[in-house]
Design a protein around this ligand. Structure first.
Ligand SMILES: Cc1cc2nc3c(=O)[nH]c(=O)nc-3n(C[C@H](O)[C@H](O)[C@H](O)COP(=O)(O)O)c2cc1C
Length: 168
């Protein structure tokens, strides 16, 4: 089994696509890919290093499958694990709640005992507000396939490069 577990929720396939790219960037033998729609808390507990990804729906909600899964995870003790978050959103149409799903996921899990890694600067994004901000940085990596897809691969490469130094 790989050491890194990538868990994602995706309604129209964008977050799934990003999760696959992130897995490739780590190296396929290093990371497993799991859809939270089918995953269990026990699956999460198999990994020391975790990557959680959600898109944003409604106005600032997590992707649907994450709603249930985050609730289940609330009971779990994730002490000693490291979690990196990524969020997929649309900063142009939803500038007031850009990648909020990622911020909501962070808020739900921040008392789980896990350590959060993979913060990302706001440079290059154009938005008004996001609950995924912690100080001047995002709590994880936001990606926008609707407006900035040309930056996706580059952002993933850099972010995963940073995580490789932590996930070892
Ligand atoms: C009805 C609707 C509401 C959305 N709300 C938000 C939002 O509040 N913030 C945001 O950043 N993106 C929002 N989005 C954009 C989606 O998160 C984005 O299209 C994403 O790529 C979808 O990923 P998925 O197919 O993996 O679920 C919304 C999209 C739709 C269609």
């Amino acid at each position: 089994m790989a050491k890194i577990g990538i868990f994602y929720g995706s309604s129209t396939g964008n977050t799934e696509l990003v999760a696959e790219k992130i897995r490739e960037a780590f190296g396929k033998d290093k990371a497993d890919l799991l859809n939270v729609d089918e995953a269990s808390v026990d699956d999460v507990l198999r990994y020391t290093y975790l990557v959680f990804g959600t898109s944003t729906w409604g106005v600032g909600d997590m992707q649907d499958d994450w709603e249930d899964f985050a609730e289940e995870l609330k009971e779990a003790d994730l002490k000693g694990r490291k979690i990196a978050l990524f969020g997929v959103g649309d900063q142009d149409t939803y500038p007031e709640s850009f990648a909020d799903g990622m911020g909501t996921l962070y808020a739900r899990l921040k008392k789980s005992g896990a350590g959060f890694v993979g913060e990302w600067p706001v440079d290059g994004y154009i938005f008004d507000d996001s609950n995924a901000l912690k100080g001047k940085k995002f709590v994880g990596l936001p990606l926008d396939l609707d407006n900035q897809d040309d930056l996706t691969d580059e952002r993933i490469k850099k972010w995963v490069g940073q995580l490789k130094k932590i996930f070892k």
